[in-house]
Design a binder for this molecule. Structure first.
Ligand code: G1P
Ligand code: ZN
Length: 568
């Protein structure tokens, strides 16, 4: 390869620590304006590099979801990586890499680690959010031990190192040199698409699209998955052009909120529900009000491509159910035909997958919220599949959740089973029972009030066991703490859990990804074995538990809110 040299000089820049650089559930996320403060980004990047044992000569992967500030941050990080002595950086074309693709590239090229620039599903643009996180050699988010170390270093950082050089061209695939460091610009889709082709039955999916009896819409929400979906769905799998909606990535996501749920993926929801109620419990297969049939399958992904939403014709699949269905049907996909080593779910995720694991006689792990807790289990070969209620599903093929992967898994299942999504769910519930599930988010709550609510709940945990609320008796209640079975590390304060004797649960947690005020999340779940009761409306089925949750937390009185900001 011929490398174009970019001339450079090394510079040491004196700086002062910022006191708000503690990484949250998934890296450091702040308003763009916070990142635009002089030295803010540089300080955090230097703290990452300082926390790494020895990066001299090593390979770093770099890319982001293309949101506003991505291009600037990529150039800064390249120049700081050169100053830190990295040997090579693999950077996505135009600075783009979806989060799962970054994980795939780190693993495939045995890189030392990677830096991913994204605030995931949070809005972008100059008034929106930006974020940065470090992933380790296994391709997964840095564990708490490392993020704590990075944070500690941000508290006393006095200088950072950067080379003065002109910007590295990222709009061509030609390699460059920054001093001794090689910069290779890579096609962001290639490695990822190749991996998907190795996991799923592409010929069967191709046939499904060719059959003319099946149609699909994928909403890329003007975010990073646009190019991935165009290439994989339309080029490789032969889905008709137009299958991918909002497929051009934009720096502000077209002024949208790139979160694939029933509230924000409105273009897709409108198409799939065809003018009918968009409520999660909506269903029906008849002709719509305007006589046009919605597509058979709908899906969406978020800002950085790690989340997914799965829809059937006028039918919403909860992420918890999606995980359970994928687990139950995993053998239908060539990459998983030998079965699963085990499964894992985050604590607030519904227990639907637990029932599948029990039937398959495989291990089932309950971890705190956040993908970083799955890494050790996957590295140790204990689990193949994992998921979160927050529209995150994935497997050990990478170490991030993976939006398009989940969509392809569903396509593989649909291609083999040749049934509507709704029928697959009905059959699943008939076999395993249904875990009704909902999450109520109260966003932008005053932080002091939110902390108060959590403190009061925390104090009440010790006294709830044995108490009866309506028809339900509390079996246990605690503030969830997790001991990692692989490295023994302990994570405390991961959310209040109240479990009832009939299998119902209520969980309270504060969000660790928000950038404004506090977001209080209430997760509610109830188990129903009787198929005659499976078609109830979710909010109705859970009404008594929602009432208990409101009563226990006093959230409405304390915040003055009469209803949640978002219900999923
Ligand atoms: C949220 C989700 C969590 C997910 C994270 C990153 O975190 O709840 O499951 O891992 O985003 O996508 P939270 O804001 O709840 O801390
Ligand atoms: Zn995301």
């Amino acid at each position: 390869m011929i490398y174009k040299d970019v001339k450079m000089t090394l510079r040491t820049v004196p700086t002062k620590p910022f006191d708000d650089q503690k990484p949250g559930t998934s890296g450091l996320r702040k308003k763009v304006s916070v990142f635009q403060q002089p030295h803010y980004l540089e300080n955090f990047v230097q703290a990452i590099f300082n926390a790494l044992e020895n990066c001299k000569g090593k390979t770093l992967v770099l890319g982001g979801d293309g949101r506003f500030y991505n291009r600037h941050a990529i150039q800064v990080i390249l120049k700081m990586a050169a100053a830190a002595g990295f040997g090579k950086v693999l950077v996505g074309h135009n600075g783009i890499l979806s989060t799962p693709a970054a994980s795939c590239v780190i693993r495939k090229h045995s890189a030392f680690g990677g830096i991913i620039l994204s605030a995931s599903h949070n809005p972008g643009g100059p008034g929106g959010d930006f974020g940065i996180k470090y992933n380790t050699t296994n391709g997964g988010p840095a564990p708490e031990k490392i993020t704590d170390d990075i944070y500690a270093r941000t508290r006393y950082l006095q200088r950072y190192y950067i080379v003065d050089a002109s910007d590295v061209p990222l709009d061509t695939l030609d390699p460059t040199r920054l001093g001794d460091m090689r910069v290779e610009v890579i096609d962001p889709v290639y490695d990822y698409a190749e991996m998907m082709e190795s996991l799923f039955d592409f010929p069967a999916i191709r046939q499904l699209f060719a059959s003319n009896t099946f149609s699909m819409r994928f909403d890329a929400m003007h975010a990073v998955t646009g190019p991935y979906a165009h290439d994989i769905l339309e080029n490789r799998l032969g889905a008709p052009v137009g299958t991918v909606m909002n497929g051009i990535p934009l720096e502000d996501f077209g002024d949208g909120h790139p979160d694939p749920n029933l509230t924000y993926a409105h273009d897709l929801v409108e198409t799939m529900f065809n003018g009918r109620s968009q409520h999660p419990a909506s269903r029906g297969t008849g002709t719509s009000m305007c006589g046009v049939q919605p597509p058979d399958f709908g899906a969406a992904s978020d800002g950085d491509g790690d989340r997914n939403m799965i829809l059937g014709k006028r039918f919403f699949v909860t992420p918890s159910d999606s995980l359970a269905v994928i687990a139950a049907n995993a053998r239908l996909a060539p990459g998983y035909h030998r079965g699963l080593a085990g499964v894992a779910r985050s604590m607030p995720t519904s227990m639907a997958v637990d029932r599948v694991a029990q039937a398959l006689n495989i291990g089932c792990y309950e971890t705190p919220t956040g993908w970083k807790f799955f890494g050790n289990l996957m590295d140790a070969g204990r689990v193949t599949l994992c998921g979160e209620e927050s529209f995150g599903t994935g497997s050990s093929h990478v170490r991030e959740k993976d939006g398009l992967w989940a969509v392809l898994f569903w396509l593989n299942i649909l291609a083999v089973r040749q049934q509507p999504v709704e029928d697959i769910l009905r059959e699943h519930w008939a076999k395993y029972g249904r875990n009704f599930y909902t999450r109520h988010d109260y966003e932008n709550v005053d932080s002091t009030i939110a902390k108060d609510i959590m403190a009061q709940l925390h104090n009440s945990m010790a006294t709830l066991a044995g108490k009866t609320f309506g028809m339900r008796r509390v079996a246990y209640s605690d503030d969830f703490s997790y001991t990692d079975p692989i490295d023994g590390s302990v994570s405390t304060g991961q959310g209040m859990r109240i479990g009832f004797e009939d299998g119902a649960r209520i969980v309270f947690r504060l969000s660790g990804t928000g950038t404004e005020g506090a977001t209080l999340r209430i997760y509610v779940e109830a188990y129903e074995a009787d198929p005659a009761k499976h078609m109830q409306d979710t909010q109705h089925a859970l009404a008594d538990l929602i009432g208990i949750a409101n009563q226990l937390s006093g959230i409405r009185e304390k915040t003055g809110r009469t209803e949640p900001t978002v219900i999923t």
